[in-house]
Structure formats: structure tokens, C-alpha cells
Design a binder for this molecule. Structure first.
Ligand code: SF4
Length: 449
């Protein structure tokens, strides 16, 4: 049974030293019981207490590592049901289904497309993480050939077969890449589990509903398996959504250990309608699939899912920010315009995108505003005349440009007078309020000088 905060408190040093970043040992104990702190954060826990607390200290959803090298990723380790409670930890991994029944050329093309699905968005890398190579043919040679092709993709691999003999052969081919074995079920668990344990590989447990999943998880634990991913085995929206929520709630709220593992959903097995499949994938990403397997490797299908994942898995308490410095957009020279804005990532990428689209080579100065957008930063006193002037004076821009014209965002037009006083050598120009108007503004500016 899970320990309560008071149970944990009794085992702590009770010195309230604050080194764990909580003001008291009791506050730390309550957070530890809720899975929102790590036992290692307190340097003074005795070995006896550590042993007694190990159960409470274990994360409610264990982490599982899949793949090796650049293809490696971690899944699970979630601590909260809702992002605003703290943050989500390991972003949902998208896997692309590769049936071995496709022709060799089709398999190669799909693998190439999956691995080329890679994007930079607001300074972060987004992309597919996994190839789910499914033995649909039932033929060992075809399965092996598809797995061999997958090995050069730079992505992690999930071989899919319930046949332990075929899986054993698959492991001989790709075992060194730390594949996720899919899957062990109530019939093959002993043998599939033995293979996973012998090779120290993660394995998916596929249940037939929640009761069977819990039973399977208990059996897997008794076999000594720890690197586990759970598939409730449901294959329709209502049942899958209910199962994903119930399993994650069971792990986080009910502290039900058999459900304390990452979850996988396979919308590719729930419908033949590609648009509905996309909707299913989006729903399962939101609640609470850690791995989602889809049938399409097309960029139009995958990019929106990646953006959704990025939005959900960014830390709501940490604004996304870019470095404060002068950025060159195009190849600016001494006569090029000089604009400033804040270091909120979205602001930077929207403004720099619009400047780039204008085809007017420009200098873009990014003022440290603690990752806040223009109006928020102005209201918080971070994007104010003193801060902008300090940035301009220390940025070195005066040596890069021959003019002394500084363009500020239209939303802070009200600071132009004060900024004039802070930067007496500079002429303050008020740019457009909306980023969409920057392009026309810059083109007009360069025409009129
Ligand atoms: Fe208590 Fe340990 Fe936190 Fe210090 S670091 S306040 S002893 S829990």
C-alpha cells in the first residue's frame, strides 16, 4: 500500500533545512507522497529510511528507454494527470506502421518518408521516433527483410508479432538496437517475457480490457519484467479513450502499481479512414498515450500531431525563449533596418519569419524579456525603455550599421518618447502592431529611405 505524506514525514530528518527546495520536511513529504518530488532531492535521508521509502519514492509511471544512440528516446515517467498541475515529462512518441506485406520498394519509400519527417519549430526539433514493423505476411524472410531495412532509418524499431519464434528471429536481427517488442499477451507471456528478460529488452503487454491488462502486468512483474509498455487491447474510440484514462488515473491517483507504466495506442488498427485515424491519434496524444502508432508517414498527417505534442509537453511554467542578441535576417549591411522585439520564442519566430518574407535584409535585436511576448513584457517592466536602451548600447549594433534608426513594435508605441531620451543618438521609429504587416512596412521603409 502507498505511504501517506505523514508516514513519509516520520522517516525524514525533520530539520526543515530547505535544501530540497521545500520550506519544511512536511511539505517535502506531502509532495513526495503525491509523486511531485524525488527522494534524492533530500540529501539527508538515512539508508534505513531510504529503504523504507523506496516504494513511495518510485515514480508512479515508470520510465522506459527505447532505441539506442541518436534513435533513443524515453517514454513514461509522468507525474500528473493535468499539465497545469506541474508539467508533462516525456513527449508522446509517434511510430509509423510498416507492414512487411508491402513490396520492398514500398517499404523503403515509407521508411525514407518516416525518417525525413523532421521539423524545427520554435527552436525545437520535432519528428517521428519509431518504426512499427509488423509481420503481416507470417513469413520470417519478409519480416526479417523489413526489419533489416528499418535498421538504417535512424529511428527506433518496434517489431510486431505475437509469434515468439518470429520475435526471437527478429531479435537476432535488431536486438542491439534496443527494440520495443510488441507484444506479450495472456497466451505467450511466459515465452515472450523470457525472451525480453534474457535480452534485457522492453516489451508491450497487450491486454483484453483493463482486468486482463492488470493481471498481465502482475504476471509480468512476477517474471521479473520491469521495462513494460501497456496496450489495453481496445480498438475503438470509446473503449480506448476510457482505458487510457482509467489506466493513467489508476497509476497516478489510485497508486495502482500494475498500471504504473507507459501506454501505447494504435489508431492505425482502429479505422481505415485516414482522417478519422488522425483524429484518434490526436485524442490519444491528449489522453494519455505515451506512444501512438499511425499508418501514414506523410508530412501533412504527421506535422499537426507533432505540433500538438509540442504544445502539450512544453513546461507551462517556463516560457520558451531564444537567446538575447542581434540576429542577422538575410545578409544585412550597414544600411539595413534594425528592429527590436522580445525573446519569447513565438514572437521571435513570427517576427523573423515576416522579416525574411519581406526579402529586406535586416538586423533583428532580441531583448531579454524572460520569454514574455511584447505586451506582457512591457506590462511586467521587462520590455521598457531602460532595458531596450541597455540592450542596444551593449549589443554592438552601433558598429554594424551606419544609420541610427531603431524600429520598435507598434504595440509599445507609447514608450517611443521615453526611449528617445534613453537613446539620444537614435531615431525611434514605430513599426506595425501586427507581425503580418512587417513585410509591407519594411519594403515601404527601404523605398522611402
Ligand atoms: Fe527536510 Fe531533507 Fe528537505 Fe532538509 S532537505 S527540509 S531535511 S526533507
Amino acid at each position: 500500500m502507498a505511504l501517506t505524506g505523514l508516514d513519509i514525514f516520520k522517516l525524514l530528518p525533520k530539520t526543515n533545512c530547505g535544501e530540497c527546495k521545500f520550506p519544511t520536511c512536511l511539505a517535502f513529504a506531502m509532495k513526495l507522497a503525491g509523486g511531485q518530488a524525488k527522494l534524492d532531492d533530500c540529501p539527508y535521508v538515512s539508508d534505513e529510511a531510504r529503504a523504507a521509502l523506496s516504494e513511495a519514492a518510485a515514480p508512479p509511471v515508470l520510465g522506459v528507454e527505447i532505441g539506442t544512440g541518436d534513435a533513443a528516446f524515453k517514454t513514461g515517467e509522468e507525474l500528473v494527470l493535468f499539465r497545469h498541475e506541474k508539467r508533462f515529462v516525456n513527449p508522446t512518441a509517434i511510430g509509423i506502421l510498416i507492414p512487411d506485406s508491402l513490396s520492398e520498394d514500398e517499404i523503403s519509400a515509407k521508411i525514407k518518408q518516416a525518417s525525413s519527417n523532421s521539423w524545427e519549430r520554435v527552436g525545437q526539433h520535432l519528428g517521428v521516433k519509431l518504426l512499427a514493423v509488423k509481420c503481416e505476411s507470417g513469413e520470417a524472410a519478409k519480416f526479417k527483410a523489413a526489419l533489416e531495412k528499418s535498421m538504417g532509418s535512424g529511428l527506433a524499431i518496434m517489431p510486431m508479432t505475437e509469434d515468439v519464434e518470429l520475435m526471437t528471429q527478429a531479435v537476432e536481427v535488431i536486438g542491439d538496437t534496443r527494440p520495443l517488442l510488441y507484444c506479450a499477451n495472456s497466451e505467450n507471456l511466459d515465452k515472450m517475457g523470457a525472451l525480453a528478460k534474457e535480452k534485457n529488452l522492453p516489451v508491450v503487454l497487450k491486454g483484453d480490457g483493463l482486468d486482463s491488462l492488470a493481471e498481465l502486468s502482475e504476471r509480468a512483474k512476477s517474471l521479473g519484467l520491469e521495462d513494460i509498455v501497456l496496450d489495453p487491447g481496445t480498438r475503438n474510440l470509446r473503449d480506448t479513450l476510457q482505458a487510457l484514462i482509467a489506466v493513467r488515473r489508476g497509476a497516478l491517483v489510485g497508486k495502482f502499481k500494475p498500471f504504473g507504466f507507459p501506454l501505447i495506442a494504435l489508431p492505425c488498427e482502429e479505422t481505415d479512414d485516414i482522417f478519422f485515424e488522425g483524429a484518434l491519434a490526436a485524442i490519444y496524444i491528449a489522453k494519455y498515450a505515451d506512444i501512438v502508432i499511425v499508418s501514414s508517414a506523410e508530412a501533412w498527417f504527421n506535422y499537426p500531431l507533432q505540433v500538438e505534442i509540442q504544445n502539450i509537453y512544453t513546461d507551462p511554467q517556463k516560457p520558451m525563449a531564444v537567446d538575447s542578441k542581434i540576429y542577422e535576417i538575410g545578409t544585412p549591411g550597414p544600411d539595413s533596418p534594425f528592429l527590436v522585439t522580445t525573446n519569447f520564442s513565438l514572437t521571435y519566430f513570427i517576427v523573423s519569419g515576416e522579416v525574411e518574407a519581406s526579402k529586406v535584409d535586416s538586423w533583428l535585436g532580441i531583448v531579454d524579456s524572460e520569454g514574455q511576448s511584447v505586451l506582457t513584457a512591457w506590462a511586467a517592466g521587462k520590455f521598457v525603455p531602460e532595458a531596450i536602451a541597455k540592450f542596444v548600447n551593449s549589443s554592438g549594433i552601433a558598429e554594424k550599421v551606419s544609420h541610427r534608426k531603431l524600429i520598435i513594435p507598434g504595440y509599445v508605441a507609447q514608450i517611443s518618447g521615453e526611449l528617445d531620451e534613453e537613446l539620444p543618438d537614435w531615431e525611434i521609429l514605430v513599426g506595425p502592431r501586427e507581425a503580418a504587416d512587417i513585410s509591407a512596412y519594411l519594403r515601404h521603409l527601404t523605398k522611402t529611405g
